[in-house]
Design a protein around this ligand. Structure first.
Ligand SMILES: [Zn+2]
Length: 68
């Protein structure tokens, strides 16, 4: 189960949270102010897996070049 790092811009709090795969897209409550404005930070898990970079590349170049 990966640990994601989050940053809350409302109160400048950084926190970590264990996230199940089924909850990966859910924004957690900030432990300081309780708002759901936290932003997921890139973690060691994300960089080693490479899934984030791959999905961005696929969405940016998948439509134009493949069928022309
Ligand atoms: Zn906060």
């Amino acid at each position: 189960m990966p640990i994601y790092e989050y940053y809350c811009p409302d109160c400048s709090t950084e926190f970590e949270k264990l996230v199940r795969l089924s909850e990966a897209n859910i924004v957690p409550d900030c432990p300081e102010c309780g708002e759901k404005h936290a932003q997921k930070k890139l973690s060691a898990f994300a960089t080693s897996g490479g899934s984030t970079g791959r999905s961005v590349a696929a969405s940016s170049c998948g439509g134009g070049g493949r069928f022309s």
